[in-house]
Design a protein around this ligand. Structure first.
Ligand SMILES: Cc1cc2nc3c(=O)[nH]c(=O)nc-3n(C[C@H](O)[C@H](O)[C@H](O)COP(=O)(O)OP(=O)(O)OC[C@H]3O[C@@H](n4cnc5c(N)ncnc54)[C@H](O)[C@@H]3O)c2cc1C
Length: 384
């Protein structure tokens, strides 16, 4: 992998910088953290601006509606948008970062044409209905049932921890279509409209006070069989594609954000006298090295994904494992730098520190990532 930038890439960076400098000052104020309809509108409007300017789905293939940019251009985009303080994907997270890429990789031409353009334009928001009360790490034990009835599936069951369910239009839903098959073989991946009769969403409040995810109850919901992505009963394989995107590349933009936060912490420490503490300085220095290494790993993963058909490999688990812990260490360090100010509930630092706790659970816990690294990268025998 070549880590230097070509003239063409630097020209791309300059154009993007110029565009960001022009549009960011015109953005409306950010809505409050708990205002999910407001956040949806804000995130969708930003996505529309990216679309109109030709920056939506930058690294998606052209035949999926993307711009077909190189991995390096994608990384430049992440660096520049973050440095400029542009909005993050927000409520578009599932659509842009894993449902969309899964449909691009596994969907039929008709499915790609139906679902991808509205994701890229910010018109439709997706959520993820994978976890169930008794199926988290052991996802293959999911029980939500889909029975075929003519051209439809009739779906009953319940999902939990469904992020953004309250404001979503579509759900990437895992269902059991063959209860008699071995666990991994009787699963299908469906796109379910969230406004279908029989869907009930009950928001769950996190310890940070925000209702960012929900329980979703499904009572004989009719989902057209044409909304199944991949073959019937082959949903586990499709799910592995979704999880590869979720762990492999979905968090890469956040590494740049963490590097920015670290710089901000160093500035605050200099201003409030904490910089004189050599132990704290060493801690911040260690984190600086950590995030620099994670950024290199990101470059490696993004580049590798591009060369193996666009789907990230098991290296995503190495990244997800180390990144989620580094993020927690970063916000612990923030509390030390800021002292009592970090407890001021109005400050974003509190919400960010609390939400950092969830990173070692969401998208597969650290223990599960270690199992994947042990089995798929180190070749160790499977645990019992
Ligand atoms: C912020 C957040 C957002 C989320 N968003 C979504 C979403 O949008 N959609 C969705 O479907 N899900 C979502 N989830 C759910 C997430 O995927 C699950 O919480 C996660 O997979 C763990 O499952 P669980 O909570 O059932 O814990 P469990 O699977 O019950 O695990 C409990 C503990 O046992 C450990 N453990 C379990 N099995 C093993 C094993 N084989 N080896 C070693 N240790 C093991 C786990 O590591 C964990 O520490 C979200 C979670 C969070 C925190």
């Amino acid at each position: 992998m070549d880590l230097t930038y070509t003239e063409e890439e630097e020209a791309f960076r300059a154009r993007l910088r110029e565009w960001l400098a022009e549009v960011l000052p015109k953005l409306p104020p950010k809505p409050a953290a708990a205002d999910w309809p407001g956040r949806r509108a804000y995130d969708a409007a930003w996505q529309r601006m990216l679309y109109d300017a030709g920056y939506a789905g930058l690294h998606w293939p052209v035949d999926a509606g993307g711009q077909g940019a190189t991995p390096t251009q994608h990384l430049i985009y992440l660096e520049e948008t973050e440095k400029a303080g542009a909005p993050y994907v927000g409520a578009n997270f599932v659509g842009l970062l894993h449902a969309g890429p899964t449909i691009a990789a596994e969907g039929s031409a008709a499915q790609r044409a139906r679902w991808l353009p509205p994701i890229l334009r910010g018109d439709e928001i997706w959520c993820q209905g994978f976890s169930e009360p008794d199926a988290g790490s052991d996802l293959a034990s999911l029980r939500t049932r889909a029975e075929r009835d003519g051209d439809d599936y009739v779906v009953s069951g319940s999902k939990i921890w469904t992020s953004h369910a309250e404001v979503a239009d579509w759900c990437e839903l895992l269902v059991r279509t063959d209860p008699d098959a071995p666990r991994h073989r009787g699963i299908s991946w469906l796109a379910m409209p969230m406004d279908a009769p029989g869907v009930t969403v009950r928001p769950l409040r996190t310890l940070a006070g925000s209702a960012e995810f929900a329980e979703v109850f499904l009572d004989e919901v009719r989902v057209p069989a044409a909304y199944r992505v991949g073959a019937e009963h082959d949903g586990w394989r499709v799910t592995m594609v979704t999880l590869s995107f979720e762990r492999g590349t979905a968090f890469v933009g956040e590494v740049v954000a963490c590097r920015r936060v670290l710089g901000e912490l160093a500035r605050k420490a200099r201003a409030n006298g904490r910089w004189d503490d050599a132990v704290l300085r060493r801690r911040l220095g260690g984190l600086h090295a950590e995030f620099a290494a994670l950024w290199r790993l990101t470059q490696w993963n993004v580049s590798e994904a591009q060369h193996v058909g666009g789907v990230p490999g098991a290296g995503g688990s190495v990244f997800k494992l180390r990144y989620s812990h580094a993020r927690q260490e970063l916000y612990d360090a923030a509390a030390e730098v800021l002292g009592a100010a970090s407890l001021d509930a109005e400050r974003e630092w509190v919400a960010d520190r609390l939400s950092a706790l969830s990173y070692t659970i969401a998208a597969g816990t650290s223990q599960i990532q270690r199992n994947i690294v042990a089995e798929r990268i180190l070749g160790l025998p499977k645990g019992r």
